[in-house]
Design a protein around this ligand. Structure first.
Ligand SMILES: O=C1O[C@H](COP(=O)(O)O)[C@@H](O)[C@H](O)[C@H]1O
Length: 232
């Protein structure tokens, strides 16, 4: 499988190294093009990394930052990935970056996905850098193993860049970047912490599994850099 492992002794050490790698990739993109595109993940793991990244010295004013996935909740909700990004990333030097949210109010998740797709389609894709997370069930972005449409989500080769997801495990409906958008990123990092997630990922990589994380790694156009540390 196309993965490169990087292990750290603590979440702090991981966060510093990952922030430097991601800002290095963005700096390369910014020297080749006028604008760089970054997609970050939500959940609980990325806080320290986002804090570190926010202080790195690149041309954030020429960088657009979106999310790999979002929960169908407004930014005022504790569960919002946008809220996490606004609190932990869009500050320090990165306060100059442009935020491209996935959340749009709408009467249902399909309508919200259509609106988010228009926003993402207007960006100069592909993503320069994608930083994924992973849940203990092997989901990444909001590609949940138990999603009603998971077969279609993983197999799709084109279509709208943002897809709606309904899954019991996810709690609320979700918006996720599509497989083609995720897998076309020029650089892909997977940030996981703790022995449980390590075991899930190792299993997904070792044997033929249907887990979404494996599907993304298999289809990605570049090797996935796995950043792991024990839980803090
Ligand atoms: O629900 C989500 O879960 C994954 C993993 O989150 P974590 O809390 O276990 O770090 C995350 O990557 C994704 O963006 C988020 O929406």
């Amino acid at each position: 499988m196309k993965v490169k492992w990087y292990e750290f002794s603590s979440p702090q050490a991981l966060a510093r190294d990952l922030a430097n790698k991601v800002s290095g990739e963005l700096a390369k993109a910014l020297s080749a093009r006028n604008k760089a595109l970054l997609a970050i993940s939500g959940g609980t793991t990325p806080r320290l990394f986002l804090e570190e990244l926010s202080s790195t010295p690149i041309h954030w004013e020429r960088t657009a930052v979106t999310l790999a996935d979002e929960r169908f909740v407004p930014p005022s909700s504790e569960r919002s990935n946008a809220r996490l990004a606004l609190r932990h990333f869009f500050k320090n030097r990165a306060s100059d970056a442009e935020f491209v949210p996935l959340y749009h109010s709408g009467s249902n998740i399909d309508e919200a996905a259509e609106r988010a797709s228009k926003t993402i389609a207007a960006l100069p894709l592909p993503l320069d850098v994608l930083v994924l997370g992973m849940g203990n069930d092997g989901h990444t972005a909001s590609l949940f193993p138990d999603a009603e449409n998971i077969g279609e989500l993983l197999a799709t080769l084109d279509g709208p860049p943002v897809q709606p997801v309904v899954s019991e495990a996810a709690q609320e409906p979700r918006l996720t970047l599509s497989m083609p958008v995720l897998c076309a990123a020029r650089a892909i990092f997977l940030h996981i912490e703790g022995d449980d997630k390590r075991a899930v990922l190792e299993q997904a990589l070792a044997k033929k599994s249907n887990l979404p994380i494996r599907a993304v790694i298999e289809r990605a156009g570049v090797p996935v850099h796995v950043y792991w540390a024990p839980k803090g």
